[in-house]
Structure formats: C-alpha cells, structure tokens
Design a protein around this ligand. Structure first.
Ligand code: GLA
Length: 401
C-alpha cells in the first residue's frame, strides 16, 4: 500500500513535471523574489592583496537575512564596509574606510580596526606592574596611543569562517609575542565578529597571557549613519553615563570621575552631536578644547558587569538607529575632530572634519597608572573576555505639526 505521504510526494512531483510552463516560471520567479528579499545568512572569503612583507590578506563577506552586509579583512581585523538599510529599505555603507588594501597600508587613522594591546592612551608610555617598570612607544605626543607603532590594527590575523545558530561570522586570531611594542607576556587573542539574525554586528574578545600584562581591546569603527553624505553633527546621541573621565591637555585622564550633568558632556537625553560644539563652545569649555571637540571616555552606568546599553545614535534624515551594548565599563566617544578633508575614502568620499564618529567600548584610558580605575591587568590562568554589540534598526520620521 502507498502511504499518504508518498502519494502526496508523487502528486507534487507529477505536478512539477506536467504544470504548464508559465505557472512553473511564475513559481520560480516568486521563489527568486522571495530569495532576493530574504537572502540566506552567508559567509564568503576572497583574497584582498598582500602586505609588503609578503603575508596574504583575505576579505570575509558576511550577509544576514535583514539586509546587512559586512566586509572584514584579516589585516588589522578591519571592518572595511558595513551595509545597513535606512527607513525606506535603501542600503548604504555606514562606515568610513578604503576600497583597497594599499590605501589602508598608506594611511589609516584606525578606520574600522581592532585596536590593541591597549586601546587609547597610556600616560608617557610608562606603567609599572608587580614592581617592574615597562616603557612603550610615545606615538602621540609624549603619550602612548592604541598599542604603539605597530599595534593590532597593523598586523595580519589568522582567520576562519564561522556559521552557527546565532549568525555568520569570522573568527580572527593573533598571537602578540612577549615584548611586542614593549608589553610583557605573549598574548593569545581571538576576536570574533558575528552578523546575527537580529541585525547586530557582535564582537567577542578573548585573550590569555603567559605573564602578567595589561590588555584593553576595542573596535575603532568610524560611523556615519547618513552613508557619509554629510558630517555627523545632526546625529542624535544618547550615552548611558552620568560620569566621564576629565582629561589634561594630552588627553590623559586626571583620575577624577566627574558628573556630566549641566555640562556639554551630558548626553543622558538624546542630543544632536553638534548642538553644543560650535567653535565658541570648543574655545570656552576646557574639556572640549583639549579634544578639539568630543574625544573623551564616559563611565557607563552599571557598566563592566553584564551586557548593558551604552549608547544609542539616531540619524533623522535616514531613520537609521545604532545601539551599542557592551560588557565594558567605559566608552570613548570621538567625533572625528582630526579628520580634515585630506583623506579620500571609498567611492570617492572625502572625509571632512567630523565626517565620522567612534564609540569605542573600553576600560578607561591610562588605567595601568590609575589605581582607582577598573583594572586592565591580565594574569596567567585568567581569561580576558568582553563583548560589544552594534545593533541596527530604523525609526519613522517624526511628524511635522
Ligand atoms: C581615538 C583617540 C583620538 C584619536 C583617534 C584616532 O579615538 O581618542 O584622540 O587618536 O583615536 O585618530
């Protein structure tokens, strides 16, 4: 006897064979359309050139079903592009960067990179650990910035694609040798980028060491939610922080945690980035003067324990919203003060003053010299493990009255 399932199967098969051509192609067309609207999660890899020392660089392309597409290369673990839909479904690349490896090698102000071994500054490039003094490169005035002369943004990472229930991604691995850029201990790092089904770019950091050292890894993406059409002054920013770490003229924290309330640093309520940053404000406010605009670390409310909302950015003309969630205790909000129109990036876009902003989740700058700040020391047997998520959505336009 034939089972009902088998009969059903045979009927379907016969239908496929005997249906008139037009019906079949209409079916095929609608299937293709469906596929176009909801593409599968996918990860692909292709060559992206090689560095002068001969190491080959690959480019991983991640796509999800929500219209997001990220290109990530193994040099610097750099997010080269990030396509995100606006409120009308139109997709644009919302990160700054270049279209080819050569330009990244020539001049990269950390566009899209993973920064390490210590993201942000260490005062005078010196710190002591267990009674031993370490000296690092002074590559930012008298201070040490973003891991030194050849930080994690300038090395080629090993990589492998990943695909699991949560999404698709790329796992990047780098072994920073004992003494590299002056830091003690061999540091084994893994950074995993995942494009999830919830329209998130998730970054998971993992590191272990064989000697006591300091670690502070971050992602240095420059975002412009207009798709780089104009500067970022009209983006509305909310920072979930009641305190920030004031700095000296070299952008090294003084050690104080200062309330933001009543100052230009207050982003507790969504506020356009440019609302209080006119040249007068910059000249009047000592903190803005030091940074040439915003370039400070905010102390996240409830940060440093579990994954917490750190920031939300809304761009009114396109409706794009980006939320940043992190397990880190701080976030550096830098608004592209050093961009000055001398860099031409992807698709011929000229990156003028404040054409991109960074939200770098982190431990506070100069923590190795600030006993009152959360510690950045990592010891053998311990695991450095942090997560940051950049989550994308859209919002409808506000109604005009
Ligand atoms: C960080 C720093 C800034 C600047 C940029 C790179 O965000 O805090 O001062 O160095 O990186 O240009």
């Amino acid at each position: 006897m034939l089972s009902p399932g088998l009969i059903g199967g045979l009927t379907a098969c016969m239908l496929t064979i005997f249906l008139p051509q037009t019906v079949q192609s209409r079916d095929a067309a609608s299937a293709a359309k469906k596929k176009e609207v909801k593409p599968e999660m996918n990860v692909e890899v292709k060559p992206f050139g090689e560095i002068p020392e001969g190491q080959k660089v690959d480019l991983y392309t991640l796509t999800n079903s929500g219209g997001l597409k990220a290109e990530i290369m193994t040099y610097g673990a750099i997010v080269v592009s990030l396509q995100v839909p606006d409120r009308g479904g139109k997709t644009d690349d919302i990160v700054l960067g270049y279209g080819n490896l050569t330009d990244y090698l020539a001049n990269n102000p950390y566009f899209g990179a993973i920064v390490g071994r210590y993201g942000n500054r260490i005062g005078k490039g010196k710190f002591a650990l267990d009674g031993v003094e370490y000296s690092l490169a002074a590559n930012n005035g008298e201070n040490h910035l973003h891991g030194g002369i050849k930080g994690f943004d300038k090395v080629v990472w090993k990589a492998e694609p990943i695909k699991h229930r949560d999404g698709v991604g790329v796992k990047l691995m780098y072994l920073s040798k004992d003494g590299e850029e002056g830091y003690p201990g061999s540091l084994n790092c893994t950074v995993t980028y995942t494009l999830t089904g919830r329209n998130e770019l998730k970054i998971e950091y993992l590191a272990t060491t064989d000697k006591p050292t300091v670690v502070n890894l971050t992602h240095h993406g420059y975002f412009n939610l207009t798709g780089c059409q104009r500067d970022i002054m009209g983006h509305e920013l909310m920072l979930n922080a009641d305190l920030f770490t004031p700095v000296d003229a070299g952008l090294i924290p003084t050690g104080e945690l200062r309330p933001v309330r009543g100052t230009v640093m207050d982003f507790a309520r969504p506020t356009p980035i440019g609302a209080r940053i006119d040249p007068d404000a910059v000249n009047r406010d000592e903190q803005l003067k030091f940074g040439g605009g915003y370039d400070h670390n905010w102390v996240l409310n409830g940060g440093g324990r579990s994954l917490t909302l750190a920031a939300r950015v809304y761009e009114p003309t396109t409706g794009r919203v980006m939320e940043v969630l992190t397990t880190e205790p701080g976030i550096q909000f830098y608004c592209g003060n050093f961009l000055d129109g001398t860099i031409t990036g992807k698709n011929g876009f000229v990156y003028k003053h404040r054409y991109g902003f960074c939200l770098e989740t982190q431990h506070y700058p100069d923590s190795p010299n600030k006993p009152g700040f959360p510690s950045t020391v990592l010891r053998p047997g311990e695991k450095y493990q942090t997560t940051t998520i950049y989550r994308f959505s859209t919002r409808k336009a506000a109604r005009l009255r």
